[in-house]
Ligand binder design. Structure first.
Ligand code: RTP
Ligand code: MG
Length: 158
């Protein structure tokens, strides 16, 4: 490992329907940029039932799943591909704990503390692994190739 050389990483960030509806998109976007993330792609989208169920399929058996799907299809979302060193973990830290009320106690500077409503309507989503980031980026940005995910691989392929 070369000291000081850190590879950029990509993650999928999404502003959820509660925050888009409340016109928080540009404020959240500004925080993301000021925290050193580059926004490579961004778009407004409206998930239908099939897309929302597929996106959160890991939670299909949970009691909150039907409510989560109703919420996630209730209005437009704003999806972004973020890039920076350690993007996956750093974006989840900036989001804060899942429950917005817990976030206001444990991480008052986090986005969920500032913009979330409760344990479901929590303003933002972030991929939780490299595999999830690849899958979730492909959900919103079909043209974005998997080979672009890892810049070290890209360098070797060129
Ligand atoms: P996300 O996937 O949206 O980034 O959130 P997360 O990793 O922090 O939380 P996760 O456990 O993956 O839950 C996904 C989303 O489901 C809703 N949820 N509701 N009512 C509840 O108990 C409950 N628990 C989770 C939230 O919208 C959460 O972000
Ligand atoms: Mg999650």
């Amino acid at each position: 490992v070369t000291p000081g050389l850190s590879l950029p990483e990509k993650t999928l960030a999404m502003i959820k329907p509660d925050a888009v509806q409340s016109n928080y998109t540009s404020m959240i976007r500004q925080i993301i940029v000021s925290e050193g993330f580059h926004i490579l792609e961004e778009k407004l989208a409206h998930l239908d039932d099939v897309a929302a169920k597929s996106f959160y399929k890991e939670h299909a058996e949970r009691s909150f799943f039907p409510s989560l799907i109703r919420f996630m299809t209730s209005g437009p979302v704003y999806a972004m591909i973020l890039e920076r060193e350690g993007a996956i973990k750093k974006w989840r830290t900036l989001m804060g704990p899942t429950d917005s009320n817990k976030a206001r106690v444990q991480a008052p500077d986090s986005i969920r503390a500032k913009f979330g409503i409760d344990g479901e309507k929590n303003s933002v989503h972030g991929s939780d692994s490299t595999e999830a980031a690849i899958r979730e980026i492909a959900t919103f940005f079909r043209d974005f190739q998997e080979s672009n995910m890892d810049s070290s691989r890209r360098v070797h392929e060129e």
